[in-house]
Design a protein around this ligand. Structure first.
Ligand SMILES: [Zn+2]
Length: 320
């Protein structure tokens, strides 16, 4: 099972505008890393799966689709990328593995949008399967890469410094030009995305929320869930690299459970039923299929249950 050793990122995220002065901090730009510095066994090749084997549906292309209002799915079958559009510019949330850059670019163009109109690229979590194509998308669009303050160092360093993953999960360096803070509202034209820090999966995992009107004219609360998955090998007890990990995960669950959530989206399409929902929408049910508050709560509850079970297991093992 690939999932046993691949970072799973059920969360996700969103976007941003840039009222001058709203965005704080600037992560130091770094030069693109010479990939040969990575573990030699990787045989990293640019524009490929970064030398790692990944599930086929992470790179398998699919037709982009409209989720609701100005939110579009432009990712591959399972690795989500969301384009939030406006006449004043667009926001792109997550980009997938490095190899997915062309698929995302093609999907955006297929929908009739100009890649150059992307103003900001956001991140739900600084893992290679969600920020791997940031560098290419930034280059093609000229957009700024905005990351939460706690994930910015990781993104700027191409994954180096991750509390769990080593060099085999590094990705292309990204110059993060600004970071966003908990509760910050990122605006681009009419787009307003609010960040909610939901750390644990990474130290800066972020959940994003926005409100849109569905095709019937009703306002809907949209949540791009930050991942709360506990990756295999994660130490929840006595983690010297991340002492606050248990408290952070618990905080993340409280934050996510408190959010009004009618339309939920996530970094892996399988986590929000993307393939099924988009098929049903195309078959005539329209965007109503994405209104799924029960599914949202169930996804959070499932994740919390898994976290608590793992925590219990590690505590029991530690007290023996
Ligand atoms: Zn992840």
């Amino acid at each position: 099972m690939l999932r046993r050793f691949l970072p799973l990122c059920i969360g996700l995220v969103a976007a941003l505008g840039t009222p001058a002065g709203r965005l704080s901090a600037v992560a130091a730009p770094r030069l693109r890393r010479d990939k040969s510095a990575f573990a030699p066994a990787l045989s990293v090749r640019s524009g490929t799966t970064q030398g790692r084997s990944v599930p086929p549906n992470w790179t398998e292309r699919m037709k982009p689709y409209r989720v609701m209002a100005n939110i579009y799915y432009v990712g591959t079958v399972d690795l989500s990328s969301f384009l939030v559009t406006s006449p004043q510019g667009h926001v792109l949330i997550d980009t997938g593995v490095e190899e997915n850059a062309d698929a995302v670019l093609d999907n955006i163009r297929a929908l009739g949008f100009d890649v150059k109109d992307i103003r900001v690229i956001l991140t739900t979590q600084a893992h290679y399967d969600h920020v791997g194509a940031h560098a290419r998308l930034k280059k093609e669009s000229g957009a700024r890469v905005l990351v939460s303050a706690f994930d910015a160092p990781l993104v700027s360093a191409g994954g180096e410094g991750d509390y769990l993953f080593g060099p085999e999960y590094h990705f292309l360096l990204n110059k993060t030009e600004a970071t966003e803070k908990d509760g910050e509202v990122v605006k681009i034209g009419p787009i307003a995305l609010t960040s909610h820090l939901t750390p644990g999966h990474t130290k800066g995992t972020t959940t994003w929320t926005m409100t849109v009107k569905d095709s019937a004219g009703q306002e809907r609360k949209v949540v791009f869930l930050g991942s709360t998955t506990v990756n295999p090998g994660t130490k929840l007890v006595k983690n010297e690299k991340y002492p606050a990990i248990e408290a952070d995960y618990k905080h993340a669950f409280e934050v996510e459970k408190a959010l009004p959530c009618e339309v939920f989206l996530a970094a892996h399409a399988s986590a929000f039923g993307g393939p099924e929902k988009s098929a049903a929408a195309a078959a005539g049910k329209g965007d109503a299929v994405f209104v799924d508050p029960q599914g949202c709560r169930a996804a959070i509850d499932r994740s919390e249950k898994a976290f608590l079970a793992e925590l219990e297991k590690q505590r029991a093992a530690g007290s023996k």
